[in-house]
Design a protein around this ligand. Sequence first.
Ligand SMILES: [Zn+2]
Length: 177
Amino acid sequence: MGERYFNPSQMSLAKAAFDHAEKLVGRYYRFGREAFRDYRYDIRTLAELDVHEIQEGAFAHLCRYRYEKKGFPDITRSIHFYRVCLQDNRILDAVERANSFIKFAPLMLYIAAHELVHVIRFDGGLFDFEAPQEEKNREEEIVHAITRQIMQPVVHHDLNLVLDCFSNQYKIGDLYH
Ligand SMILES: [Zn+2]
C-alpha cells in the first residue's frame, strides 16, 4: 500500500478544523484569537513533510525548530517555531477502518485542539520539549484531559466517539522521536 494523501476537500476540512480549534482553545485559555499570532506554528500535511517529520503509525508529529532573529541594534534572539506534521495516511486509515464510526471532521478537530494545547504548554514553559519519554507520556495524558474539557461546549455524538477512542486504543503519537 502506497502513501495516501488528503484530497482537496479533506485539506480544507483540516484547515477549518484548526480554525475552529483556535477558537475553542482560545476560549478555554481566555485569550483572543489574535493571541494565536504570537504562537509561531504551522500545519503541514504528509505531501509537504520532510523525511524526519514523518512518523509511522502516528496521527500527527509535533516538531520544534529554532531560528535566530536578529534584533536591533545587535541583539539576536532565539525563537522557537512549531510544526504540526499531519500524517494523512494514518488519519484516513482510522476513518476507513472504524467503519465510518469515526468521521474525518471530528477526528481532525480533536487532533487540532490537542496540538494547539501542546504548543501553548511548550511555548509557555509549562512542559519541556526535551523531557524524557516517560514524562512525555504523562504530559500526553494531561493534554488529553485538557482537550476533552475544551471539547465540552461542542461535544456531540461523533465527537464523543473520537474522544472515547483517544481514551482507549488511540494515541496521537506526536511526542515520539
Ligand atoms: Zn500529544
